[in-house]
Design a protein around this ligand. Structure first.
Ligand SMILES: Cc1ncc(COP(=O)(O)O)c(C=O)c1O
Length: 462
């Protein structure tokens, strides 16, 4: 049996277990492109349709139960339906859902956020994409400059502003040291995507090249402090310090997109890496599953927001439900202690997975920090440092086998995309971790049957 037969067998198994998902998908594609409301949810032959979730588990419409380590693409470090949050929100919702006015909790949450993430001021929105867009607008207003520098493979939301250099195929992406400003969507005007310059993650020379050409015109540099949309690729030692230094030198604003990291470490990336940006964007897990995002920044930057100044508005901004849910999540659920315990489980997954893959000579890159990490099956044993490494070395067939086969065994080991990761919530248990590890052992035995480990040996011989 080769890998294609293995993939077909797994697809069959998946289809047999998930008939109702298939039916719903077949109906939905008549109304909705690809049968999903976010492109990130597309899966072959179709994605699962879910019906309910509790704690670390989720159930699909066919009644199959899964241990869930995707946790809504990292939006749930609380786990599903956390009892404290459900209790609080249930009594709160009777007061109404949206007012168009601020509340007492706007004040309380502003204090919690500015304190926890060490910034002077804050503005609330609902999604990560809205907030990164505001961050970039602020950087441009503050510097009166045009260009934003981002990193290839980093994702900052599905907005025109930053849909550039996202997952380009290398043939169209330019030289690795000087990536092109490749648009990541149809429908983007050239005038917009040309305002976003792209550098290679973890490559100081690449950043220096862009600064030496455009330095005085670069309003800001935006980045995911750990790249979590091209696998799980931390900055190499000293790289964030280097970015802090070069942005200071050129007077550009340094923006940390902490949509993911803000819920993976208690104090976010600044606490973990010890580097202070000028603006931070926080979202996802801090909202406990409710749509909430915020831009935090230094006072002189944030005070640019206002009528006839930097625009920022939104009907659902600071809606009482999201604000209260975020307040409860941060003060009662994602405590330093509970997050430290979840991080221990995350480390256990990474260590056990690494050992199993190494012992069986299945090439892979395993990486983790805080509540997250990922297993990336590769063509040979390499450390992934940037997007080019990801496209060159990750074995997408093996990743498909890993993710889909685990699902048929009742575990969603990380989100259903080869470049995603796991989130260990404060409700996951050692039992859940053991199930993931058992599933991985099974996948390794399948991959060995089709010779994935053998390919590794042959490549090494050459
Ligand atoms: C780092 C990062 N920034 C921004 C976003 C966009 O957030 P949203 O989907 O809430 O707009 C995401 C979403 O995955 C993300 O991972």
């Amino acid at each position: 049996m080769g890998i294609v037969d293995l993939i077909n067998n797994i697809k069959n198994e998946y289809t047999l277990k998930t008939r109702k998902s298939q039916q719903l998908y077949n109906e939905l594609i008549n109304y909705t492109p690809y049968g999903v409301h976010s492109n990130w949810r597309i899966w072959d032959p179709y994605p699962l349709f879910m019906s309910r979730a509790k704690g670390s588990h989720i159930w699909d419409v066919d009644g199959n139960e899964y241990v869930d380590f995707c946790m809504a693409f990292g939006a749930l470090a609380t786990g599903h339906a956390h009892p404290v949050l459900i209790d609080e929100i249930t009594s709160f919702i009777g007061n109404g859902t949206v007012y168009g006015f601020e509340t007492e909790y706007s004040v309380k949450l502003s204090k919690v956020l500015t304190d926890r993430f060490s910034m002077d001021m804050v503005r609330f929105s609902n999604t990560g994409g809205e907030a990164t867009e505001l961050a970039v607008r602020l950087a441009r207003a503050y510097t009166s400059r045009k260009y934003i520098l981002k990193f290839e493979g980093h994702y900052h939301g599905s907005r025109d502003t930053l849909l550039v250099g996202l997952k380009p195929i290398p043939a169209k992406a330019g030289h690795p040291k000087e990536p092109r400003s490749a648009p990541a969507s149809w429908g983007l005007p050239e005038d917009i995507y040309r305002t976003v310059l792209v550098a290679q993650w973890n490559d100081e020379e690449s950043v220096e090249r862009v600064f030496s050409k455009y330095g005085d015109e670069i309003a800001g540099v935006i980045l995911e402090p750990i790249a979590m949309n091209m696998g799980f690729i931390p900055p190499k030692k000293g790289f964030l310090d280097f970015l802090r230094k070069i942005t200071n030198e050129y007077g550009s604003v340094l923006i940390f997109d902490e949509v993911k990291t803000s819920g993976k470490f208690y104090g976010g990336a600044e606490e973990y890496f010890g580097v202070k940006p000028d603006i931070k964007v926080v979202s996802k897990a801090i909202g406990g599953g409710f749509p909430f995002s915020a831009v935090l920044g230094k006072r002189d930057i944030m005070e640019l927001i206002g009528p006839n100044r930097v625009a920022h508005g939104g009907t659902f901004n600071s809606n009482p439900l999201s604000v209260y849910a975020t307040y409860v999540t941060l003060t009662k659920i994602l405590t330093r202690d509970s997050m430290a315990k979840a991080a221990v489980l995350s480390e256990e997954i990474a260590k056990a997975a690494s050992d199993i893959l190494k012992d069986n000579k299945v090439p892979a890159y395993v990486s983790y920090a805080g509540l997250s990490g990922g297993v990336y099956l590769t063509r040979k044993d390499v450390e992934l440092r940037n997007w080019r490494d990801f496209v060159n070395y990750v074995n997408l067939d093996a990743m498909y086998v890993y993710l889909t086969s685990m699902v048929t065994k009742g575990v969603i080991p990380q989100c259903m995309a080869p470049d995603e990761q796991w989130t260990v919530s404060v409700q996951h248990t050692k039992d859940d971790v053991d199930k993931l590890i058992e599933g991985l052992k099974h996948v390794v035995s399948l991959l060995k049957q089709v010779g994935v480990g053998e390919v590794f040996k042959i490549e090494e011989a050459f």
